[in-house]
Design a protein around this ligand. Structure first.
Ligand SMILES: Cc1cc2nc3c(=O)[nH]c(=O)nc-3n(C[C@H](O)[C@H](O)[C@H](O)COP(=O)(O)OP(=O)(O)OC[C@H]3O[C@@H](n4cnc5c(N)ncnc54)[C@H](O)[C@@H]3O)c2cc1C
Length: 415
């Protein structure tokens, strides 16, 4: 009888359970999460759930009954505080301990916190957990003026929801453009234009130095060049810190970005796996180590880890992809664009229907697709197959994209 313990209550943990069910694993499984609810979808926290358009009943990835049906013991609202590798057990915050034969760490990350003066005022919020969004919703709904610190996905999605509710919204970004970490300057410009057209005031190169308070509550955000932006509520989306302390304290190999895992998602201890946002892993397609913060990666890695635990000969070899929803527009990103030498636009950025393709040495390495599902689907295939493509072929709007991809990926000798 194998004892499998999963630590974490996010997408990776839920996928581990799903894969165990699919593989008809019948030994002992326990899932430990410090959140009080079953694993739920995180993306709606800055989208439909924040807007109040869907309620908590729509958030669970698997309903509680599914865990019962799979024979998984849930230990919710309890934190794993220590891993005792010598005795193969973990200690929990309720004073109990759990033995394991195989341990899966799916501990994700937490929102990076501001440390500037005013960081402890009420009215400053982060969006990582359901509790975070629940805690801010009433205030968010009532506020007239929202300042968002950080022009990444979470900040921009929050801004979009707030505009839809008619609030005055300011986005402050420290870099010289929004979405700088993930897209090319052209795509940043496209998204800045969309936000501005929707009425958001976007300010780049704005380093926040302090939050000014009134009666203990946020009143304004101050920036290094003397800017002062009034706020009833402030939401900061300034990045993720991996929850790797548990692993580090147990002596597992850890990188500053996350827990180091191999192609089977094993840590430096062969009986301990790590999956999802918490991992620092190698991506063979891009030939480099990375941390990915995406649902798809959490799902892909959890599958690999569980299948490997069950004795299958599997390796992680996934194409990263990601999406974001803002103003009803879907941004879908396939691959990673870093290191591209040519950028090709297909479509009309002003018309909010455009795909940006990133080429390196004549091959597609990534695509950012705004309202362009066929281009996103086709790009995934072209990136995975690494067939030579030209800028002209990709930009040719006289042909449906599916047809272009079909031609480019014909088997040798086919016609
Ligand atoms: C607001 C928001 C919007 C997002 N939008 C998108 C999107 O549109 N598309 C997309 O692909 N991705 C999106 N993401 C990212 C995506 O949600 C994450 O990549 C995904 O949740 C990672 O899953 P995970 O299971 O690895 O980690 P997490 O979801 O972070 O789960 C980790 C879990 O482990 C628990 N935990 C941590 N330490 C312990 C411990 N010691 N003991 C017990 N439990 C512990 C945590 O409380 C948490 O429940 C979004 C994220 C946020 C916050």
């Amino acid at each position: 009888m194998t004892k499998l313990v999963i630590v974490g209550g996010g997408h990776a943990a839920a996928q581990a359970v799903t894969t165990l069910r699919q593989k008809k694993f019948e030994d002992e499984v326990t899932l430990v999460s410090d959140e009080p609810v079953v694993p739920y979808q995180r993306p709606p926290l800055s989208k439909l759930y924040l807007a109040g358009e869907i309620g908590p009943e729509r958030m669970a990835i698997l309903r509680e009954q599914a865990y019962e049906a799979a024979g998984v013991t849930l230990k919710l609202g309890r934190r794993a505080t220590r891993i005792d590798r010598a005795h193969k057990s973990i200690e929990l915050s309720d004073g109990t301990s759990l033995a394991y034969d195989k341990l899966v760490l799916a501990t994700g990350g937490h929102a990076r916190r501001l440390t500037c003066p005013g960081h402890d005022l009420s009215g400053l919020h982060y969006v990582r957990t359901m509790a975070d969004t629940d805690a801010m919703r009433a205030e968010f709904m009532q506020a007239d003026k929202l300042v968002v610190i950080g022009g990444g996905y979470i900040g921009l999605e929050t801004a979009a929801v707030a505009r839809k509710l008619g609030k005055q919204v300011t986005v402050l970004e420290a870099a010289d453009r929004i979405l700088q970490r993930v897209v090319a300057p052209e795509v940043s410009a496209c998204y800045q234009a969309i936000h501005e057209a929707e009425g958001v005031s976007v300010h780049t190169r704005q380093m926040v130095t302090a939050i000014e308070g009134r009666d203990g509550h946020v009143a304004a955000v101050l920036t290094a060049d003397g800017g002062r932006y009034e706020a009833d509520i402030v939401v900061a989306g300034i990045g993720l810190v991996a929850n790797a302390d548990l692993a580090a304290a147990a002596g597992l190999d850890v990188h500053p970005m996350g827990i180091i895992v191999d192609a089977q998602c094993r840590t430096s201890d062969a009986d301990i796996y790590a999956v999802g946002d918490v991992t620092w892993h190698h991506n063979a397609l891009y030939g480099r180590d990375m941390r990915l913060e995406s649902v798809q990666n959490a799902v892909d890695q959890a599958k690999v880890a569980v299948e490997h635990i069950l004795g299958e000969d599997v390796s992680y070899n996934a194409l990263p992809w990601f999406w974001s929803d803002q103003y009803g527009l879907k941004l879908q990103i396939a691959g990673l664009s870093e290191g591209y030498d040519t950028l090709v636009a297909r479509g009309d950025a002003a018309g909010r229907s455009v795909a940006f393709f990133y080429l390196k040495a004549g091959k597609l390495i990534a695509a950012d697709c705004v309202g362009r599902i066929p281009e996103f689907m086709g790009a995934k295939k072209l990136i995975a197959e690494q067939v030579p493509v030209s800028a002209e072929q990709l930009a040719d709007e006289s042909r449906p994209f599916k047809e272009i991809v079909a031609d480019l990926t014909l088997p040798a000798g086919g016609a």
